[in-house]
Design a protein around this ligand. Structure first.
Ligand SMILES: [Zn+2]
Length: 267
C-alpha cells in the first residue's frame, strides 16, 4: 500500500469512487447528457438493458435536422409553436386569424397522416364547401412573414421524428447547383434525393428568369423524379412561378400540388 492509498483510506475515500466522481464532473462540464442519465446520455433500465436518454435523443435529432438543411432558427420547433393570431413580425392577422387556424388544423391532419401519404394512402379532404381533394402534395403561397419557412421546417422535422427521411431545400441553392456545369455529381445526388426521400420541401420558390436551357432540362428531371416517386412535396411559393421553365416534368409536379393561400397581416 503506497502513501496516497493510505491517505485516501484515512479520509474514507477509495480511488475508484474518486475516479467515478471526477468522470461524472467532467461529463457534466462537457455538457453531455442530463441529471437523470448521470450525464452519460444513456439510461440503464430495470432489466439491465441500456437505452438513449431523452436528452441525448433530442441532441441526436437536432443534428439530423441540421443535416437535413432545416434553418437554424427553426430547429426544435413544432406546429405547436405556430402563433395563429399574428404573422412572424407580430402583426395582428385580424379577420384572417380564422384562415390561419384552419391551415394549422389542416397541417395537424397532414402530420397525422404523413406516414400513410408517403405510402400513397392519401386521405380525402373537403374544402371550399363541396370540393373534395386528395391530400398529397401542397403548394403554399403568401407574402414574407406568412410562415412559409416555418411550415416547411416543422414538417421536415416532424417527418424525421416519425423515422421518415426528409430534407429542406432552398430554391436559390437548388438553382445554383443546376446552373453550375462543374456540379454535375451534386445534381445527380439531388435527383436521387427527389426520387427517394419520403418528404421534401422547397422554400423560396420564385421566378429568376433563367435562360440556360440545361437548367430547364435538370428541373424537368427533378420534377419527374419526384412525381414518379409517388411521395409528397411541399412547395413554398413567393411570387409568380408559372413562368419557371422546367419542362413538363416540372410543371406537372407543380400542378399536382393543392394550393393553400396563407393569410397576411392587416396593416
Ligand atoms: Zn439525459
Amino acid at each position: 500500500m503506497d502513501s496516497s492509498d493510505q491517505i485516501s483510506k484515512l479520509f474514507g475515500l477509495d480511488f475508484a469512487s474518486q475516479a467515478k466522481e471526477k468522470a461524472y464532473l467532467q461529463r457534466k462540464a462537457e455538457g453531455k447528457g442530463c441529471f437523470s442519465c448521470h450525464y452519460t446520455g444513456y439510461i440503464t433500465n430495470s432489466n439491465s438493458t441500456t437505452s438513449m436518454c431523452s436528452c441525448a435523443k433530442e441532441k441526436w435529432l437536432s443534428e439530423i435536422f441540421k443535416k437535413s438543411n432545416v434553418p437554424n432558427k427553426y430547429i426544435g420547433k413544432t406546429l405547436e409553436d405556430w402563433e395563429t393570431r399574428t404573422n412572424s413580425s407580430g402583426e395582428d392577422l385580424g379577420i384572417h386569424e380564422i384562415t390561419s387556424q384552419n391551415i394549422k388544423r389542416l397541417l395537424k391532419f397532414y402530420e397525422k397522416n404523413l406516414f400513410f401519404i408517403v405510402q400513397g394512402l392519401c386521405p380525402k379532404i373537403k374544402h371550399n364547401i363541396n370540393q373534395r381533394d386528395t391530400l398529397h402534395s401542397l403548394k403554399f403561397t403568401g407574402s414574407n412573414g406568412s410562415g412559409k419557412t416555418f411550415i416547411a421546417s416543422v414538417m421536415v422535422q416532424h417527418a424525421i421524428r416519425k423515422q421518415l427521411t426528409a430534407k429542406y431545400y432552398d430554391w436559390s441553392e437548388i438553382l445554383e447547383t443546376l446552373i453550375d456545369y462543374n456540379r454535375k455529381e451534386e445534381v445527380t445526388e439531388l435527383v436521387d434525393e427527389f426520387k427517394n426521400l419520403d418528404f421534401i420541401a422547397i422554400d423560396g420558390l420564385q421566378n429568376f428568369s433563367i435562360t440556360q436551357s440545361h437548367v430547364t432540362i435538370q428541373l424537368d428531371r427533378l420534377g419527374k423524379a419526384r412525381s414518379n416517386s409517388g411521395k409528397p412535396i411541399f412547395l413554398m411559393v413567393s411570387g409568380d412561378i408559372s413562368k419557371i421553365e422546367g419542362g413538363t416534368g416540372w410543371s406537372s409536379l407543380v400542378s399536382s400540388c393543392l394550393t393553400i393561400q396563407l393569410p397576411h397581416a392587416i396593416k
